[in-house]
Design a protein around this ligand. Sequence first.
Ligand code: SF4
Length: 495
Amino acid sequence: MTQLIAMQGGYRLLPFRFMRLGGQSSREILVTTDTGEYIFLSEEQLRALVDRQLRPGTALYKDLLARHFIYEPDGHDPLPEMAAQYLSRKDFLKQGPALHLFVTTLRCNHTCQYCQVSRAPLGGAGHDMSEMDARHAVSRMFESSSDVLTVEFQGGEPLLAFPRIRQIVEEVVERNSREKRNVQFVITSTLHHLDESILDFAATHRIQFSTSLDGPAALHNANRPTPTRDAYERTVEGIHRVRARLGTDAVSALTTLTARSLEQPEAIIDEYVRQGLSSISLRPLSPYGFATKSAQRLAYPMARYLAFYHRALDYLLALNSQGTYLVESYTALLLNNVLTPFSSGYVDLRSPLGAGLGALVYNYDGDVYPSDEARMLVEMGEKGLRLGNVQQPLHELLASPAMQLLLASGVAETLPGCNDCALVPYCGSDPIEHYARQGDPVGHRAFSAFCQKNMELLRHLFVLLRDGSEETQRILLSWLSRRSLADVSLPGYRG
Ligand code: SF4
């Protein structure tokens, strides 16, 4: 992978990066621009391009010209269009933090082994957010310049502190009658503690729910122990209650994949189909929140996750082609970054980083963090990523030493390894993950699980976009637009 800029005669090269993709096609090289344009070339074509041997007027020449891989010094100036494209791709930078996570309590009725540092016992004292801190946090949120604000309640189990949720929602609604922002509320919950008053309140304020469903009962209950050993049954009952009261789309689910999950992708996906869910998020276990002993039992190398992902994706594509619509969310985010001129805005896939700039976490004790992962690191004894306290103004939090540290390593295009990677326009920097795994926010991409995951997932997606059947490409497009397959016709495809 190399970045090239031609220096002399004929047409000129604009900056691009390239990598070998593998697969069956003779067009084995992926070439990308900073603005996210891409094309597949054979080695001969790439050589001809770089040696400036391409003949004007050919289809390839016109294509490269139109997509700003090359330009003609006496012709159309490409820079204003490229600048506009770049601006669209980095549009999220114009807005302040849009995602605001309120950790209303650390208490939880589960004893999940992979979550030992971000929960407290059910009856534990001193683990709930105070009324005053909640009020300050709402003020911090409205100091953001973002037009769209998502208020997400997290825990522990946030419904155990429902009066605090009620207070925050009411204050946000009252304040927003003047601010006029586009505000969304989400409660991330096991749904075990739902009652009619909570559902009434959720209906009044159009609150969405996000829950965890790890797969069929045996797997879910093994991953998520409770004293009554019925975590699965209670969560599924909660899904039904939310749907009955608020509508089918009012609840979505996420999976946590432990080592034992990796053996059964089909069973996990079948469970999502059985529950009538339209998306599944097959995210690998993060390195945060483990007790060391649990890590040895539950964690796995990224290569095992990737083998799981490939099997799961094949199964999902087969199901979708048989008429069952089920999107893999992370794949849809990557597709958005590849196939549209805009960033998905997903915090982990941003450059500059999304943590802090796009999202803030207000912890139960009033401290503020750039991400949930940074908060969990503090619970594990690593205090370096705390931005400050809810009583400090937002501009001060975003100028804190922790934020400076992250910003210095949060621009993927400047990081060793990423700076000449053809996938960087679609990827992110995630300095917090590198800080957690490698003790250094810059990190070394050769040993980076984040890089290993995104490199392989993006590579595989590009191979599917190049070599996949028409049916596969139609399914991927339907995921991108979150439309059913019947509504999707293939446009003139890029690449
Ligand atoms: S993290 Fe890896 S895949 Fe992503 S841009 Fe950097 S080198 Fe490329």
